[in-house]
Write a protein that binds this ligand. Structure first.
Ligand SMILES: Nc1nc2c(c(=O)[nH]1)N[C@H]1C(S)=C(S)[C@@H](COP(=O)(O)OP(=O)(O)OC[C@H]3O[C@@H](n4cnc5c(=O)[nH]c(N)nc54)[C@H](O)[C@@H]3O)O[C@H]1N2
Ligand SMILES: Nc1nc2c(c(=O)[nH]1)N[C@H]1C(S)=C(S)[C@@H](COP(=O)(O)OP(=O)(O)OC[C@H]3O[C@@H](n4cnc5c(=O)[nH]c(N)nc54)[C@H](O)[C@@H]3O)O[C@H]1N2
Ligand SMILES: [Mo]
Length: 788
């Protein structure tokens, strides 16, 4: 039996060993609430879903005129690494020489895995920069709208609000926490790069013991730790801005707003107030008005406004609220509401964006830099907001608007992805399938046969973190971890670094990419950044080998000085915000000057597009497509814990019993969710934790089409993105709007097809010969061993 060795993941630090042939995982002993997601890890070593060898799509090798149309439904053949490297190198050379870097999309959005060196996104961007650059993507699916609006209102994203409100302050001082979008405890299980202690429960519990009250505004009851007895206000999806306006209106008409703060620290309040009171459009945004839209009664709204004004109140707005039509508005309006309360910059009061959505937000900042791989500079200026990928592929040369710019989509010939799963994360999968038929070549590095891998032409098997050594460290997490290899590489899988190094060698770019370092040398080299900073600050600064032997190192954190919000509040002239006015921009002349009809100079109520274009009448139910509690996105959907939550092999959908009985649906039935864009099969879970009229289906079930050749196919496994709309939040941010869709549901009468997405793929025979004979006149030149 092996000894336990330290390791880390986006959902927690742990140690692992091989016991009786299977990977055994033990949470870090200092983690008070380890994540159940650790239960997905064991399957990594032996799942048939793992990719064993490089594979190439048959049609891509044969190159007939319509071969790209067969993507997603074609056969694959297996080839040797030597042939795979030669194919990729030759294709990259051809594309770069014929069409240039503006024809290569390397946006490659995705969470990859924990680990500072083998981080797939860093690796792919470094590699493509060595080749001459690529079209990149900006912002995230998480926070597409907020990342653009917050800089106009407060200053850089991730600086003002996300650095100003700490868990310590909440435990100490918050009296009323009003959480728009809730603060689902499941979400704090994860943090990009790792999380060594899950502490949100304890901290909120501490605040609760002191007497703090929690208000969770959400269509779901369990979007807040239920053991803390939060008050649940069931809000109709997509209507929070109306509710916030109703609260703001009450503050003004009852004289509860803080004039002095608004005058000293904000700009544009008067213009906004004109709108709020209805002087502009004849519609006062009163509590009664709000009630008719959001479904919460007017008396409750008025009472809440009073409580907010008479307590130390923290307003939080979740990511999910802005991952929807006009998602800029709830974030902006949340800030305005907090400004009207005049509590921004007070201990435990004010506003915080996305607190609790990731486990380390709200913890104190690290005092030293983390090991970071240089990705080099991309000489290309071309970019898209990440959620516009299908628009880009479908409409080369097409014009789009973004944050005051008018831009054109590039003409993409080659798509290269490593560390992300667009067939998980992108909206309207049937549209994405059409978009993925456009490029000449798609290359994917994956550890498993996800639907993205199945839609590629060349699939290169990548290791998981369990198969390699790395350094685990994350933003605001004080534990740096020696992530030690726990299992041998599965099949012929290689580290992304080695894959890129091999291809770079074929292209004569090996030295530029590797700088002559082995993986192990890179770890020691990157570690030095942190070590030297530790030494300079007089902390324990062991050399790399000592760190590696110890297995972990505690990093120092910065003192909690109240952040930029307290400094700004204390003296707005001396510590101005980096906005045009130096103040909180309730009205932004910059945003107004863009002239957009869907995001104007101050926050406003816009009903969702489905309410105004008739879709709501055809498909009366809201589908909340939120993050899964049983995994991280689509990662390890084949893992034991994720699979234990499926119903008859399918993803569970939660339905209110009234909605179910009206449609003759019983617990455990297979049901079909559908709208005009597509449909999927899921298992019915009846629950009073969802409000009537709302269904909830988490993201992450691997897309499995019932007919890969059909234009509009059904997902038989339950991926909600077959139903979501692929449209940007607004012309300002063009963020993803995947959180909410309109659907109808029915019992599935037919014999449901078997879900086979986690089973091993059957390959066409003769891959090596086919690869060599069909694609090239002669065998690719042997370059000796390119394995590093
Ligand atoms: N409808 C709807 N859609 C959504 C959302 C929603 O709320 N609703 N949420 C959105 C959000 S917030 C996000 S962040 C995205 C998440 O979207 P993604 O980040 O794309 O999702 P993941 O499942 O984390 O995909 C990571 C992929 O990388 C692979 N991978 C992991 N480690 C490695 C590695 O070392 N090397 C290589 N080559 N591959 C690796 C994994 O196997 C996995 O397939 O989804 C978005 N999509
Ligand atoms: N376990 C787990 N944790 C995760 C992730 C994961 O995949 N698994 N992903 C991580 C990532 S990448 C991100 S970006 C964050 C995402 O953080 P969020 O986007 O905040 O997370 P979600 O779970 O998608 O949404 C939170 C809740 O918002 C509610 N909601 C939806 N629409 C509305 C609405 O219109 N109004 C109101 N008031 N509430 C609404 C839903 O009920 C939902 O449960 O989570 C992170 N945490
Ligand atoms: Mo995200």
């Amino acid at each position: 039996m092996d000894l336990f060795k330290p390791h880390s993941s986006h959902w927690g630090a742990f140690s692992g060993r091989i016991n009786d042939g299977r990977l055994e995982v033990r949470p870090h002993d200092k983690d008070p609430y380890p994540s159940p997601l650790l239960g997905n890890l064991s399957a990594v070593a032996d799942s048939p879903a793992r990719i064993q060898r490089p594979a190439v799509r048959r049609g891509w090798l044969e190159q007939d005129r319509t071969h790209t149309q067969r993507r997603g439904g074609d056969e694959f053949v297996e080839v040797s690494w030597e042939t795979a490297e030669a194919l990729v190198a030759a294709e990259l050379r051809r594309i770069y020489e014929t069409h240039g870097p503006s024809s290569v999309f390397g946006g490659s959005y995705g969470w990859s895995s924990a680990g500072r060196f083998h981080h797939a996104q860093s690796q792919i961007h470094r590699f493509l920069n060595v080749l001459g650059g690529y079209v990149r993507s900006v912002n995230t699916y998480s926070s597409g709208a907020a990342m653009v609006i917050i800089p106009h209102v407060l200053g850089p994203y991730d600086s003002f609000d996300r650095k100003s409100v700490t868990w310590d302050a909440i435990e100490r001082s918050t009296e009323l926490l009003v959480a728009f979008g809730g603060m689902a405890i499941k979400n704090a299980d994860v943090h990009g790069g790792g999380i060594s202690k899950h502490t949100v429960r304890q901290t909120l519990g501490g605040a609760g013991k002191r007497g703090a009250r929690f208000i969770s505004i959400s269509p779901l009851r369990d979007d807040f730790a239920t053991e803390l007895s939060p008050e649940w206000l069931a809000v109709k999806p997509g209507t929070d801005v109306a509710l916030m306006l109703g609260l703001a209106y009450t503050l003004v008409t009852e004289g509860l707003h803080d004039h002095a703060f608004l005058r000293r620290c904000t700009i544009g309040y008067d213009t906004f107030e004109t709108y709020l009171l209805g002087r502009e459009d004849g519609r006062p945004k009163s509590a009664d008005w709000a009630a008719s839209i959001c479904g919460i009664d007017a008396e409750t709204i008025r009472a809440l406004a009073w409580r907010m004004a008479s307590n130390r109140t923290l307003i939080t707005v979740s990511h999910s609220l802005q991952r929807a039509d006009f998602g800029e508005q709830p974030v902006w309006m949340g800030i305005v509401l907090a400004a009207m309360l005049g509590q921004i910059g007070l201990d435990g009061g004010g506003f915080s964006y996305s607190l609790g959505a990731l486990g380390n937000i709200g913890k104190t900042l690290l005092a030293v830099p983390l090991p970071t791989l240089n990705q080099f500079k991309n000489p290309m200026a071309d970019y898209i907001p990440c959620a516009r990928i299908a628009d880009m592929l479908l409409d080369p040369g097409g014009e789009f608007h973004y944050n005051g710019h008018s831009l054109r989509y590039p003409d993409i010939r080659l798509v290269y992805w490593a560390g992300g799963n667009p067939f998980h994360h992108h909206q309207d999968i049937n549209r994405l399938r059409a978009a993925f038929k456009r490029p000449e070549t798609i290359i994917v590095h994956e550890s498993a046969w996800t639907s993205t891998a199945r839609h590629a032409d060349i699939v290169l098997p990548a290791t998981t973190t369990l198969e390699r050594d790395d350094i685990g460290a994350a933003d605001r997490d004080p534990l740096m971890i020696a992530m030690k290899r726990l299992i041998d590489p599965v099949g012929a899988a290689r580290d992304d670094y080695d894959i890129f190094a091999g291809i770079a060698q074929q292209l004569g770019k090996s030295d530029a990419f590797t700088e002559g370092r082995s993986s192990r040398e890179w770890l020691a080299f990157l570690y030095e950044t942190t070590r030297s900073a530790l030494e300079a600050q007089g902390h324990d600064a062991p050399d790399f080998e000592t760190f590696w032997q110890r297995g972990e190192l505690v990093l120092p954190t910065k003192a909690d000085d109240g952040g930029p919000a307290q400094a700004f509040r204390a003296d707005p002239e001396a510590a101005p915000l980096p906005t045009p006015s130096g103040k909180i921009e309730i009205f932004s002349s910059t945003v107004e000057s863009f002239g957009y009809d869907d995001c104007k100079g101050h926050p406003r109520w816009f009903p969702a597009r489905s309410e105004t274009d008739g879709e709501a009448n055809l498909y009366p139910l809201h589908l909340v497509c939120n993050q899964p509690r049983q995994r991280l996105h689509s990662q390890l959907d084949y893992g034991d814990y994720s699979r234990s939550t499926k119903i008859k092999e399918r993803e569970p959908v939660r339905i209110h019993p009234e909605d179910a009985s009206r449609r003759g649906i019983s617990q455990g039935d297979i049901v079909r969710l559908f709208n005009a864009r597509g449909s999927c099969l899921v298992g019915a879970l009846l629950s009073e934790d969802v409000m009537p009229g709302v269904l909830q289906l988490s993201t992450g079930a691997w897309f499995e089409p019932d007919d890969p050749a059909a234009k509009r196919t059904m997902c038989i496994h339950g991926n909600p993105n077959i139903l979501t709309r692929d449209i940007g939040t607004s012309k300002l941010a063009q963020g993803s709007t995947g959180q909410i869709a309109r659907v109808e549901v029915e019992r599935y009468a037919g014999e449901p097809p078997r879900v086979t997405i986690f089973e091993a793929i059957t390959f066409a025979p003769g891959g090596e010969e086919l690869a060599v004979s069909r694609r090239y006149a002669s065998k690719p030149a042997s370059t000796g061993s390119s394995r590093r």
